[in-house]
Ligand binder design. Structure first.
Ligand code: PHE
Length: 448
């Protein structure tokens, strides 16, 4: 019935793709600003602990189910179900994952579109087209529609080329570029006046700020940042060869994700204080550091403006970094519904990609036209409700429903003798009991 399935050609290819999915706006924008808003290193610490103790086990559930099933989330969860009820809930959760991944992409593409527009801005400036610069960096509906369309088109082009020639090739190309750009920018910013004050704000813990709310924010951040709950990691796992050790690859993905989030903080916080030194406001009227769109779209551009011509190149490097980070994440989101269309509806990839991509772009457009009413709503529905609840479902499927011998057999592939490791002694219980309870507790806390 189905065409031959794609597969990553190497474990490096998988690693770049999965790390590319994980590393995105959530790391470079979300993490540093969460840190700034939540007591500096106290948040960093909470995040590190939760990333390894909660997000990593959940990531392992997705990767293992995906590689075992070699199918999208709907078929994968139905496949490990043991009776009609669990089959029904498997299908429901799988379908939920597809809807939530698509919703995340619909708002993510808008934000990424802003990044593309701001990347083009300095080129227009170099060409002396000041009117164009104003349009590009203004906030009109036409600008937003245009650049969301451009970014969505880029995402579709990559996904239409398939797993190895699209996802793997582009992630392997873009991830090293991302790291180089990030490091260059850090070196530059840290030599500017004011940077050290930013480093201090980033790294000095204020433990009095430890609170349940901080833990909830840190958990949400870890879940979003590792792309959990919506089947992205599950589908990437389904393209992974049986020769690789899953616990090892999962740990590497977590390390890269956490490492890049931490490193991005070394850029963003110092850059804010450099901007302050150069005369830009970095505190909102409420006395808090500006963290939302104002940070990336006003504070940092104002800083680049004070740097003269050099600032144009710094701006190009910075927004190129943002676009790359967004693109390696957006392709993983689009792959979720596309894989479903290919495998469940039998549509060829070349057709499935534009079909699904255009539907999601239509949702983005509705959000753009009703920005104030819809943007925040879609963000919180998908990331504060959808992701944690689906995360719980995935843990329940891995921990309670899936037969333990099959689970072990899958983990043993690429990791012979795993049954004698600490991982096997702890993880199955962990994913069975600790993960769902912790996620639910945090969910209840955040909803109340
Ligand atoms: N992890 C991505 C980021 O940090 C976002 C993402 C969420 C990607 C869910 C895929 C699925 O930006």
């Amino acid at each position: 019935m189905s065409a031959p399935r794609g597969q990553f050609s190497s474990n490096i290819g998988f690693l770049m793709a999965a790390a590319g999915s994980a590393v995105g706006l959530g790391n470079i924008w979300g993490f540093p600003t969460n840190v700034a808003a939540n007591g500096g290193a106290a948040f960093v610490l909470a995040y590190l602990v939760l990333a390894f103790l909660l997000a990593y086990p959940a990531l392992m559930a997705e990767l293992t189910i995906g590689r075992h099933a070699r199918r999208n989330m709907v078929q994968a969860l139905r496949g490990i179900a043991t009776g009609p009820t669990s089959r029904f809930f498997g299908g429901l959760a799988g379908f939920g994952g597809i809807v939530v991944a698509s919703l995340i992409l619909s708002f993510y593409a808008i934000v990424a579109g802003w990044m593309v527009a701001h990347l083009v801005g300095p080129f227009a400036s170099l060409a002396g087209a000041e009117g164009a610069v104003e349009w590009l960096t203004g906030n009109s509906t036409a600008r937003n529609l245009t650049f969301t369309a451009i970014f969505s088109g880029m995402t579709m082009l990559i996904i239409a080329s398939g797993v190895e020639k699209g996802i793997e090739r582009w992630s392997t190309l873009l991830m090293p570029a991302l790291i180089v750009l990030l490091l260059l920018l850090i070196v530059y910013v840290l030599t500017q006046p004011g940077a050290m004050q930013g480093l201090e704000a980033y790294l000095m813990p204020d433990f009095s700020l430890f609170s349940p709310q901080l833990m909830v924010s840190a958990m949400g951040q870890a879940f979003f940042s590792l792309s959990l709950g919506v089947g992205t990691m599950l589908i990437y796992g389904s393209y992974l060869s049986r020769q690789e050790s899953l616990p090892r690859l999962g740990a590497l993905v977590t390390l890269i994700d956490v490492g890049i989030a931490f490193t991005a903080g070394l850029l963003i916080l110092p850059a804010m204080y450099v901007a302050q030194e150069a005369g830009t406001r970095i505190y909102a009227d409420s006395g808090e550091l500006i963290a939302g769109p104002g940070l990336i779209l006003q504070v940092l551009p104002a800083l680049f403006d004070t740097m003269g011509t050099a600032g144009l190149f710094v701006a190009i490097a910075f927004f190129a970094l943002m676009v790359i980070a967004s693109l390696t994440s957006s392709i993983s989101m689009l792959e979720v519904p596309v894989a479903f269309a290919i495998e469940n509806l039998n549509v060829p990839r070349r057709l499935a990609t534009p079909l699904v991509g255009i539907i999601i772009f239509a949702i983005s457009s509705v959000i753009i036209f009703n920005f104030d009413a819809l943007f925040g709503l879609v963000v919180s529905a998908s990331t504060e409700f959808g992701q944690p609840l689906l995360g719980v479902a995935l843990c329940i499927f891995a921990g309670w429903i899936w037969r333990r011998d099959q689970l072990l057999a899958e983990l043993r592939e690429g990791h012979p003798g795993i049954e004698h490791t600490l991982f096997w002694k702890i993880w199955p219980w962990y994913v069975r009991i600790v993960c769902p309870l912790l996620i639910l507790a945090a969910f209840v806390q955040s909803v109340m």
